[in-house]
Design a protein around this ligand. Sequence first.
Ligand SMILES: [Zn+2]
Length: 299
Amino acid sequence: MATPMTATQMVSQLKKFGIPYKEYKSWRTHNRNHKGSWGPVHGLMVHHTGSDSKDQRALLYNGIAGLPGPLCHFGLAQDGTIHLIGWGRANHAGMGDDDVLKAVIAEKKIPTDNESNTDGNSRFYGVEIWYSGSHEMSDKQYATLRLLAAAICDFHDWSEGSVIGHGEWGSPGKWDPGYKPGRMMDMDAVRKDIKTTISKGKPSKPTDPTTPSKPKPKPTTPKFPGPGYFKPGAKNKYVTQLGKQLVKKGYGSFYKQGPGPEWTGVDRAAVKAFQKAQHWTGNDADGYPGPETWKRLFS
Ligand SMILES: [Zn+2]
C-alpha cells in the first residue's frame, strides 16, 4: 500500500532505469480524480490495447464512447518507448476481485478471479501495451515492461508480486496481456522475469543491462604515520609523500628542489605555511605535522 508517485517522481524513475519515454499533451494533470480516489496504490496492471496500430496516444488519452480517458498511465509502443498518457485515476482496471487485491497487497500467489466487486482504477498503475494480444508483444515492449515494473517496484519497495495482468483481476472477458487469441501470457513467468530485472537493479545502460558498472572506490585519506617520521635527520617515504601533497595543495614555491625523503627546513616552512592557513597559532603552527595537519592536507 502506498501513496501514488507524483508525475515528477515517476519521470525520475523512468530516467533512473534508462527507460525511453515521451510526454503526451497535458498528461501530468490528465486524470479522472473528479470521479473517485486514486490511491492508495498496490501494484502495476498490465494490458494489451487489442490493436496493432503504431500510434495509440490519442485513443488512450481521450478514451472511447462510454469509456472516457485517460485509459492508462503508460502507453507502450512497439519500439519500446513509454508514452505518458495520464497521471491520476485512469479508466484501465475496472471492477475486479477483492481476493486478488488482497493477494497483490500481500504479494502472495494470485488466486483464480471469480468476483467483480472492487474498484481497480484507484488501486493500480496501468500500462497499455500497443498490440492486439493475438500474438506476442515485441521484444522491445517486453524489455521495457520489465524495466517499467522494476522502476515502480523500486520506488515503492515492492516485489514482482505487485504486478498483475488485467486477465487475472476479475474483469469479465479480459485476457490481457495475451500471446494468442483469447490466451493470457503466463503471468507467473512474467513475474519471474521482472524479479530478475528488479534484482539486477538499475542498468548502467538500457541497451546493455548485463554489465552493471562497478562503483568507483572513494579516495581515502592515508593514515598519519606518526610524528617521529618528521623531525630533523629523518629520511623516509612519508616525508616525500607529505612534500608532494604540499605541492599539490599550492605550497610548491617552497621547494627549489624536491620534495624528497629527507626532512628539511623547507618541509617545515611549507607545513608551517599550511598550518597558518588553517588559522592555527603557536604550537599548532610549528611546522611539524600532527594527525590533524595530515588529515586536512590529504582531504
Ligand atoms: Zn486491460
